[in-house]
Design a protein around this ligand. Structure first.
Ligand code: ASP
Length: 770
């Protein structure tokens, strides 16, 4: 093998006439007969290589065999492209390599998706073939950017006297308030390690040990439900210092941030970063991580509205609640009553009972609550500074509900109305946090950060009488509406720590059992200390301008917490369980579901697990039934039809990722429709289906659904199926009822989908005989 002399993306005009050797992947091949062009890709970029007509026949023949993603080695001469043939969109567009020698180092099968930015395929498919997904230039950039961030952090911390110290991954339960991941002990059956939710207590002990300044880029594990910006295992930049004030710690942290932004993406952060008290953030923005890239503050309108007869507002105020307004500039004509009603529906999840609103038209108020507000029109317009064509939204309820509702709508509308400058990096420190929050579910006060946070002395008198009035030396750093990190000064005396545990409802024994080692350490000269931790994944996501942390993690879990690539978590050998002294009492069904491949429905009809080669047939089916599609889905909008088509297109472009449970319905060995199962749970399953040739096959579908449920039932202990549907979709209800299920209930709601709200109804059916 020849030695590589250049990376593809780094060849420039200054290399013209040089002979170089490159190694990489075939991005694309164009065969123009005499000339064969190949785009050669490696991690640095793409360069065009060319096999000329005067090349030897052998070389030409070999070049003809090249296909996408073959790994090749080429040697050739760098040439300037002829005038007019330069490609301005390519970094290396001015030159090309005339190949004199080619070696095929490795071949490739046809790909499940193209190696290019913005591929439109299901995420699970990309995760199953993550090594291919990671070849895409945007993924390479994101992962390399993450690496750069880490390097800058390591250097900054080293230069500022921080010592990099590792702490254990197998340890005792730690206290960030999430669920622990447990690891059974083989040596001590019946005992468990916990994976750390953060190195919190170890880093505190390192301060006791006198290291003075610690940092670590640490893995943390929290067994929680996932969201776009959360993963069960994630990475923190964890920092702890001794003898520094809150201000001093924040100063170091923001210098770190500004160094990273400058060196990684060449953005200047103005220091010091703005500080905002927690109360101010909540009252102005309805959020403890406000997005300050746009204004639109919550407005206190209590004085004005209390002069009206509007019961919704007055009863909220009488019950100790608050009333706030939000003015959406020039939004009056942009949203219909139906839109706003759907927001009202959506915010019920925050506990809101609904949404009152007004539009301003020619200096007058219009909309459902206008008649109540008429008498105070002038005062209201003055208080809210609302102008013509503005939309005013109100929330009146308990504080928490009002903040959550308007905080959500503020961000939603900021995005919708284009008020956000996406090039901006807007940081803010949120300081002066309450020490506790009250948990309704647990009926007790919980630590807002964690139980080791130092309370402010002047609020300590409320520790027993009214914990909600105790504030802490705690600070969070937020960027563009995301919490990037947080920390606090810590308690460093046994006396204070004991008081705190008591306030949190721990008995002395509990506290000793869980945190005895810390309490002991507090007896031996523990320095005042404090620190913080940044979420590295989120930081990388924001700097890479991605919406999802999975895009900056090489091997993430999917949104359901599954590592699709390796299919983990998975089952283990009985012998392993025996060694650990464990017995599995309940099993997740997925493994068994995989085994249900064929279900016979009638002599002619059967259900079969979807295979990749079915995709083309399904697409054809959709094509043939295009008219019926509209008939069969009479409620469907053009959008839905487009969605259906793009789903099919995607299926054709992809292999079966093997993680969904989709079936095709065959009649006389010809596909006539599909059934898909989502959100499979031990006792529930969501069912969706699509059937060609409109409802003449409704009977088939009824039988198929029934049979499928029968087959799944023993595996899943299924006693309920859920059908999510558009309100006007009666046919799926018919299928369910005809299959013998009893309607248990209907839940109405709205879902947000790419910034649009859609009504849906969820029908719950009980399966007969259960
Ligand atoms: N350990 C804390 C966390 O993970 C951060 C800190 O207080 O330093 O949230």
């Amino acid at each position: 093998m020849a030695k590589r002399t250049k990376y593809a993306g780094e060849v420039t005009v200054s290399d013209v006439d040089q002979t170089i050797t490159l190694k990489g992947w075939v991005q694309k091949r164009r065969n123009l007969g005499a000339l064969i062009f190949v785009d050669l890709r490696d991690r640095s970029g793409i360069v065009q290589i060319v096999f000329k007509d005067d090349a030897s026949k052998n070389l030409h023949d070999l070049a003809e065999t090249l296909r996408n993603e073959y790994v090749i080695e080429v040697t050739g001469k760098v040439c300037k492209r002829a005038n007019g043939e330069a490609n301005e969109r390519m970094k290396t567009g001015e030159i090309e390599i005339e190949v004199t020698d080619l070696k095929v180092l490795s071949t490739s099968k046809a790909l499940p998706f193209n190696i290019e930015d913005h591929v439109d395929v299901k995420e699970d498919l990309k995760l199953k073939y993550r090594y291919l997904d990671l070849r895409r230039p945007e993924m390479q950039r994101a992962i390399m950017l993450r690496s750069k961030i880490k390097h800058v952090i390591h250097r900054f911390m080293d230069e500022n006297g921080f010592i990099d110290i590792e702490t254990p991954d197998l340890t005792k339960s730690t206290p960030e308030g999430a669920r622990d991941f447990l690891v059974p002990s083989r040596t001590y059956n019946g005992n468990f390690w916990a994976l750390p939710q953060s190195p919190q207590l170890f880093k505190q002990l390192l301060m006791s040990a006198g290291f003075d300044r610690y940092y670590q880029i640490a893995r943390c594990f929290r067994d929680e439900d996932l969201r776009g910006d959360r993963q069960p295992e994630f990475t923190q930049v964890d920092i702890e210092t001794s003898f520094l004030s809150e201000e001093e710690i924040m100063t170091i942290a923001e210098q770190l941030i500004s160094t990273v932004l400058k060196e990684v993406i060449n953005v200047d952060v103005k220091l010091p970063i703005e500080r905002m008290g927690w109360n101010e953030a909540m009252d102005n923005y309805g959020s403890d991580k406000p997005d300050l890239r746009f204004d639109m503050k919550l407005i206190n309108v209590e004085e004005v509205v209390s002069k009206t007869d509007f019961k919704v507002f007055s009863s909220a105020l009488n019950n100790g609640g608050i009333v706030r307004a939000l003015v959406a500039p020039k939004a009056g004509d942009k949203f219909s009553r139906k839109d706003i009603d759907s927001w009202g529906e959506y915010v019920k999840r925050f506990g809101a009972k609904g949404l009152a609103w007004l539009k301003v038209k020619d200096g007058e108020l219009a909309g459902p609550v206008a008649k109540f507000m008429k008498p105070v029109t002038e005062e209201l317009l003055k208080a809210t500074e609302a102008e013509d064509d503005d939309l005013i939204l109100f929330a009146a309820d308990e504080k928490e509900v009002v903040y959550a509702t308007l905080g959500y709508l503020r961000t939603f509308l900021g995005e919708k109305l284009g008020l956000i400058d996406h090039d901006q990096f807007r940081f803010v420190w949120i300081t002066d946090w309450p020490m506790f929050h009250y948990s309704k579910e647990e009926d007790r006060y919980m630590a807002e950060h964690h139980p080791f946070t130092l309370p402010k002395e002047d609020t300590l008198e409320y520790l027993e009488s009214d914990p909600s009035k105790v504030y802490a030396y705690a600070y969070d750093i937020c960027l563009n509406g995301y919490e990037l990190g947080g920390g606090s000064l810590r308690i460093h005396t046994r006396e204070m720590q004991e008081k705190m545990f008591k306030a949190l409802g721990f008995t002395a024994e509990d506290a000793n059992e869980r945190f005895g080692f810390l309490m002991n350490a507090l007896d031996y000269g523990f320095p005042p200390h404090g620190g913080l931790a940044f979420g590295l994944d989120r930081f990388a996501m924001l700097l890479a301008k991605k919406n999802n942390i999975r895009d900056v993690i090489a091997f993430p879990k999917n949104s359901k917490g599954v590592e699709v690539l390796t299919d983990a978590p998975g089952e283990v050998e009985q012998a392993q369980l025996d060694e650990l002294g464990l017995k599995v009492l309940k099993k997740m069904p997925s493994a068994d579901l995989q085994k249900i491949e064929n279900i016979s429905v009638t002599d002619e009809v059967s259900l079969r697990r979807y295979q990749l080669n079915d995709a083309k047939e399904i697409q054809q089916l959709v094509e043939e039934n295009r008219d019926n599609l509209a008939k069969f889905l009479p409620w469907a909008t053009a959008n839905d039809l487009a969605a259906e088509e793009s789903f099919v297109k995607e299926a054709v472009a992809s292999f079966d990722a093997g993680v969904s449970f989709d079936y095709v319905i065959e009649k006389n060995e010809k596909i006539v429709g599909t059934i898909d199962l989502h959100n499979i749970h031990k006792t529930n399953a969501e069912i969706g289906y699509w059937l060609a040739e409109n409802h003449q096959h409704q009977g088939i579908m009824t039988m198929a659904v029934k049979k499928l449920v029968e087959a799944l039932s023993p595996v899943l202990n299924l006693h309920r199926v859920v059908i999510k549907t558009d309100p006007s979709n009666v046919s799926s209800q018919k299928v369910a009822l005809n299959a013998g299920f009893t309607l248990e209930g209907v839940q109405h709601g709205a879902v947000e989908q790419n910034g649009e709200f859609k009504d849906f109804q969820v029908y719950y059916y009980l399966i007969e005989g259960e």
